[in-house]
Design a protein around this ligand. Structure first.
Ligand SMILES: CC(C)(COP(=O)(O)OP(=O)(O)OC[C@H]1O[C@@H](n2cnc3c(N)ncnc32)[C@H](O)[C@@H]1OP(=O)(O)O)[C@@H](O)C(=O)NCCC(=O)NCCS
Length: 219
């Protein structure tokens, strides 16, 4: 089933939140998604497919303002268009960091379980990195990732060539440490027609990821 990557819109945010709730323990209120999309409308992306036949059990109720309940399936952004992944990004708007050059942040990324290992997250990320650089002039982008999240660590470090910055102790609510990561954004390298994949596709992934990552920490 072909998967389309396109810019995220306000109409997608219920589905993005639904995917986030399925895939990650870090969840956000709808207004936080809205804030991202309204403030940086070209920086977040969704992956969708026209998978019409899968039964969907989850339902969400909305009130239409006149007391009527509207039932929606939070997997579908539109009839026949199912959301299977998203990347939610922003520019750093921390007033304490105004002396920093413009820089972006990856707030959240996830792909629905049955659609993983198809390259969807990599494509979402590359689109977002390109947009942050080209549209918002981000000089670099940062993110946090759980130390235990091997899939995401491989994606960021090996596929997308993020640098390890440091370990942030007890960054997550459950006490887990985070790796803080950063990638300097170079427009030529990021251009969608010029995706550079540093590793051969059949190269085996390292098993001793943690020691490998710690060795690569940037002071
Ligand atoms: C992490 C996640 C987004 C990856 O999505 P995906 O679409 O399966 O990733 P891709 O197919 O684009 O994989 C790209 C690269 O990521 C890495 N990767 C992805 N899944 C992996 C896994 N299970 N084990 C090891 N490496 C993995 C590989 O480096 C892969 O490159 P390769 O296929 O050339 O080896 C997905 O597993 C997910 O949604 N997980 C739950 C939510 C989450 O952890 N989000 C990140 C929070 S920081």
């Amino acid at each position: 089933m072909p998967v389309t990557i396109r810019r995220a819109t306000i109409e997608d945010i219920i589905c993005m939140q639904n995917a986030n709730l399925h895939n990650l323990p870090e969840n956000y209120m709808l207004k936080y998604y809205m804030y991202h999309i309204l403030s940086w409308p070209e920086a977040s992306f969704v992956a969708t497919t026209s998978d019409l036949n899968e039964p969907e059990l989850d339902e969400l109720s909305l009130e239409d303002g006149r007391g009527n309940e509207i039932k929606l399936d939070p997997h579908y952004v539109a009839p026949g268009e199912k959301l299977v992944g998203y990347v939610l990004t922003k520019m750093n708007d921390d007033p304490d960091q105004q002396n920093e050059p413009p820089n972006g942040h990856i707030t959240s990324l996830s792909v629905m379980r049955t659609y993983r290992r198809m390259g969807i997250a990599e494509k979402l990320m590359r689109q977002a990195l390109f947009a942050l650089r080209e549209v918002y002039q981000a000089e670099y982008v940062s993110l946090h990732v759980r130390q235990s999240n091997r899939a995401a660590l491989h994606l960021y470090r090996d596929t997308l060539e993020f640098q390890m910055l440091n370990v942030e102790k007890s960054y997550y609510q459950d006490g887990e440490d985070a790796y803080a990561m950063k990638k300097v954004l170079n427009l030529d390298e990021l251009h969608p027609s010029n995706f550079a994949h540093p590793k051969g596709s059949n190269e085996k992934l390292e098993d001793d990821l943690e020691s490998d990552l710690l060795e690569g920490l940037v002071a």
